[in-house]
Design a protein around this ligand. Structure first.
Ligand SMILES: [Ca+2]
Length: 265
């Protein structure tokens, strides 16, 4: 799992350079005496007084004057770690017990005027019924809000060459076919449909795997002044007697306006 985690980080790094897309960056640093550190991603200066949470373990702490913090929580499986500091974008990253042995250097970004919507909360979608082999199952402490998350969002008309992008800071607990193939859970034979992202009544994308900073572009033609965003969790495709929603959690949802990246030939 750790190898996969690193591979994902390597994968997202190039996109940072091209589109300034990710909400922070992560580097391993073995010289920190087992303390992780929070820095400003631009100036690389240590940030004092940032709040650090593990919502599913009921743990919270703050960084010291050198930006350092220690996790005195017994992390048994992957967990969402959240960082909050006023003037900065809420930041989250999925961690596991290796963080106590291999501390992290986390770069957080200043709030951006192009952030049109930010929800720093942790939401649990599903029905609270799940297998003990589910990805991250036992750490769901947030009460499920049901199969949907829904929000009304104002977006000003986009100028030429701009696009709006939905960013999921962290996603855990998905038991989709892809999550199973990637070894993100231990369920042998069954899987769920992906999470669907619905914008003004149209499905614009899916979440198929767990991980940080997953992004979905909103087609410009769908954007109005007032918009409906719905995130609907999947369901177990092998349970025919009743609906078994896939229990998952996401944190740090936001919508950013960015320069358009042209993918068409
Ligand atoms: Ca379920």
């Amino acid at each position: 799992m750790h190898k996969l985690f690193i591979a994902f980080l390597v994968f997202i790094f190039p996109s940072f350079a091209i589109a300034q897309t990710i909400s922070g960056n992560v580097r391993e640093d073995n010289f920190l005496n087992k303390k992780s550190v929070i820095i400003d991603s631009e100036t690389e200066k240590a940030i004092e007084g940032a709040k650090v949470y593990l919502p599913n373990y009921g743990f919270s702490t703050s960084t010291d004057k050198n930006g350092r913090f220690e996790l005195n929580a017994n992390i048994e499986d992957k967990a969402i770690l959240q960082v909050e500091k006023s003037g900065y974008r809420p930041f989250s990253i999925t961690v596991d017990k290796s963080i106590t042995e291999r501390p992290l250097k986390l770069g957080i970004e200043r709030l951006n005027a192009s952030d049109v919507f930010v929800d720093s909360g942790v939401y649990h979608l599903g029905d609270d019924v799940y297998s003990s082999n589910s990805a991250n199952c036992y750490q769901f402490k947030a009460k499920p809000i049901g199969p949907y998350y829904s929000k009304k969002i104002k977006i000003n008309k986009l100028t030429n060459g701009k696009q709006a992008v939905i960013v999921f800071g962290s996603v855990i607990g998905l038991d989709t076919k892809l999550a199973k193939e990637l070894g993100q859970n231990a369920i042998v034979s069954v899987y769920s449909s992906p999470v669907e992202i619905i914008f003004n009544g149209q499905k614009i994308g899916e979440l198929n795997m767990n991980g940080d900073n997953q992004q979905i572009v909103i087609p410009n033609g769908l954007i109005r002044g007032n918009n409906d965003l719905t995130i609907r969790t999947g369901k177990n495709l092998f349970q025919y007697n009743y609906i078994d929603y896939d229990d998952m959690e996401f944190a740090n949802l936001r919508i950013e306006v960015r320069d358009k990246v042209f993918a068409n030939k």
